[in-house]
Design a binder for this molecule. Structure first.
Ligand code: GRF
Length: 187
C-alpha cells in the first residue's frame, strides 16, 4: 500500500514545512487547517498541496470520507489545536500520529515547554500514535532537546527555539520512516 498523508495544522506550519521539504519521500495529498489565514496554509499552497479550512464545527465523518477519497492513508497532527473525537481516532487507529513538545508522559496538554522550563526539568519532543486520550498514545520516538541544567540556564525563548528545531527533525524522521513502510508498515 502506498502511504499518503494528510497533515492537520492550526498555525505557523513550521513542522508542515519540514515535511514538505521531502516531496519524494513524504507524499502529502492535503493540508487541513482549523484556522483560516494561517502561515501553514501559505506554505502548503506554495508547495502546490491542496488545502482545506475547517474553522467551526468539524464534520469528522465527512472529513474521513474526503480524506479517503483523496487517497490518504495516514494523518499527521502537526500543531493541530483541536481535540480529535474518539470515533475519528478509531477510524484511523494506527495511522494517525501527533507531535508533542515534551517528553511524554511528562507535560501533556498545553504550554508544555513553558511548564517544563518553569520546573527546571529536561525538555524534549515526542511523536506518538493518537488514541482517545490527550497526548497518551503509544510513543513512536522521543528526543531530548535540553538537559535540566540547560533548561535552568537558558531563557524560555531559547528553550522554545531548541525544541522547535528538534520537533522538525523528529517529525520528519518518523514520517519518512512510516512512509517507507518501516516501523511495522501500514496496518
Ligand atoms: C509545535 O510546537 C507543536 O508541537 C505544538 O504546536 C506547535 C506547532 O508549530 N503542538 P508549527 O505550526 O508546526 O510551526
Amino acid at each position: 500500500m502506498r502511504v499518503c498523508w494528510a497533515v492537520l495544522i492550526s498555525g505557523r506550519g513550521s513542522n508542515l514545512s519540514a515535511l514538505l521539504d521531502y516531496p519524494d519521500e513524504i507524499p502529502v495529498s492535503i493540508v487541513v487547517s482549523s484556522k483560516a489565514g494561517v502561515d501553514g496554509l501559505l506554505k502548503a499552497r506554495r508547495a502546490g498541496v491542496p488545502t482545506l479550512v475547517l474553522e467551526r464545527k468539524i464534520d469528522w465523518p465527512g472529513l474521513t470520507a474526503l480524506l479517503r477519497a483523496s487517497g490518504v492513508t495516514h494523518i499527521c497532527l502537526a500543531g493541530f489545536m483541536r481535540i480529535v473525537p474518539a470515533a475519528f481516532v478509531a477510524e484511523w487507529r494506527g495511522h494517525i500520529v501527533n507531535l508533542h513538545p515534551s517528553l511524554l508522559p511528562k507535560y501533556p496538554g498545553l504550554e508544555s515547554i513553558a511548564v517544563a522550563h518553569a520546573a527546571g526539568d529536561e525538555i524534549g519532543v515526542t511523536v506518538h500514535e493518537v488514541d482517545e486520550g490527550v497526548d497518551t498514545g503509544r510513543v513512536i520516538l522521543q528526543r531530548r532537546s535540553l538537559l535540566s541544567d540547560e533548561a535552568r540556564a537558558y531563557p524560555l525563548a531559547l528553550a522554545e527555539f531548541m525544541v522547535h528545531v528538534t520537533e522538525q527533525r523528529l517529525l520528519t524522521r518518523v514520517v519518512r520512516t512510516l512512509s517507507s513502510g518501516f516501523l511495522g508498515g501500514p496496518r
